[in-house]
Design a binder for this molecule. Structure first.
Ligand code: SF4
Length: 405
């Protein structure tokens, strides 16, 4: 269905032009996919029906279209490496059914105190030396109410990691009020993580101690304080594909799209209600690779500027499965010693994998457009797109790859 005309390959100003010859069913005029591909600015008023249609595009085509948009907005060679540290583990009063750190779940995780600033800084320094450019700090708290001294300490952690290591910073501390969001902004925080977890419909089956709207309010406060929102969810909580559609509907219709959109794959943990429900209530609803890829590719099409982050559970995926996730729109991973309470693939293994697939680590504060790689230009009127390659751009990319040797 496509004509490919290759004028000159890998020489200065060479271009490859691919002109769409005829519309497929999923790419007809006015279709949601057509809209996602040809809009000049990201859209914030998607309907569930539109997202359902995109999500159910034949997978091979869905990934191709997600790649197009990925290459229009990002340098597709770059993957951000970030490291997560649990700065306050266990003893959380919330009842998230999947979580090892809830005091209501019998998982053997003990409540610990907040780590001191120097220990956290040392971990961030190590992460930077090993190749990470973003450092995320997680604490098992419902909210920051009455935690003034902890907030002060965390502000110091953020400021030191920013100023002395020039790393991007992200924290997750539960629900925040406006003043707390401002305190974190003043410390220089890059992003605040607060996941919506799943669809609005499925949420009530997962958590009862705070509502879906409570979550949205904290995310709004973070965005109002001009901090990037890192918000996404967990796949594999016994949800359906329609829940994935609804989950994406909430994220894509936020006034500001997430700066970072983590996609976690549930690792069922012994002693959590979710591990039991996956064997009983949700038996037969196993999460498939296809659903993961559909969620990622649809997220990429709906929220083209966001960093899509493959988070917890990645270590259970084969490298070839991870490559498919990158091809579908993922451009960040967690790497290092551990996720909060689950395993994580280490730096050396990840850097070797990225090199093998032709990726380079993204620099801190450098989420760039596709300036140093293929430049995709989509002409909404003609329904065509052009791919530009130049010698200089490729030289830069290959020298970066070589530097990884
Ligand atoms: S709020 Fe966070 S730490 Fe607390 S139970 Fe839920 S997921 Fe776990």
């Amino acid at each position: 269905m496509f004509r490919v005309t290759c004028k000159r390959y890998f020489s200065t100003s060479a271009t490859i032009r691919l002109a769409q010859q005829s519309a497929t069913d999923t790419f007809s005029n006015g279709s949601p996919l057509n809209l996602a591909l040809t809009t000049e600015v990201p859209i914030h008023n998607w309907t569930k029906d539109q997202i359902h249609e995109i999500y159910n595009t034949p997978l091979n085509s869905l990934i191709f279209y997600a790649q197009l948009i990925h290459r229009k907005y990002h340098n597709p060679s770059e993957i951000q490496l970030c490291t997560l540290l649990s700065i306050k583990t266990g003893g959380c009063t919330e009842d998230c059914k999947y979580c090892a750190q809830s005091s209501r779940n019998n998982t053997g995780v003990k409540a610990e105190k907040l780590l001191d600033v120097d220990s956290v800084f040392a971990k961030a320094k190590e992460a930077k030396e090993r190749g990470s450019t973003r450092f995320c700090m997680g604490s098992a708290w419902r909210d920051m109410h009455g935690r003034k001294s902890a907030m002060k300490k965390i502000g110091t952690m953020v400021k030191r990691i920013n100023d002395e290591l020039q790393m991007e910073t992200c924290v997750t501390l539960g629900m925040l009020d406006e003043g707390q969001a401002q305190t974190l902004k003043s410390a220089g925080l890059t992003a605040y993580n607060h996941n919506i977890d799943t669809s609005r419909e499925h949420y009530k089956d997962i958590i009862s101690t705070r509502t879906f709207d409570d979550r949205l309010e904290t995310i709004k406060r973070v965005q109002d304080a001009n901090i990037g929102a890192c918000t996404g969810g967990i796949l594999g909580l016994g949800e359906t594909d329609e829940d994935h559609v609804s989950f994406l509907y909430t994220l894509a219709n936020m006034d500001k799209h997430p700066e970072s959109l983590p996609i976690n794959r549930l690792i069922p943990i012994k002693g959590t209600p979710m591990a039991e429900e996956l064997r009983s209530k949700y038996k037969g609803r196993q999460l498939t690779l296809e659903s993961i890829l559909r969620t990622i590719a649809t997220a990429r099409l709906l929220m083209p500027e966001s960093i899509v982050r493959l988070a917890a559970g990645r270590y259970t995926m084969k490298e070839s499965e991870q490559l498919l996730c990158f091809m579908s729109g993922v451009n960040a991973i967690f790497t290092g010693e551990k996720m909060l309470t689950t395993m994580c693939t280490g730096w050396d293994e990840d850097i070797a994998m990225l090199k093998k697939w032709g990726f380079i680590p993204m620099k801190a504060f450098k989420k760039t457009g596709p300036k140093s790689h293929l430049q995709i230009k989509i002409d909404p009127a003609k329904k065509t797109f052009t791919v530009d390659l130049t010698e200089e751009e490729n030289s830069e990319r290959f020298s970066q790859l070589k530097a990884l040797n």
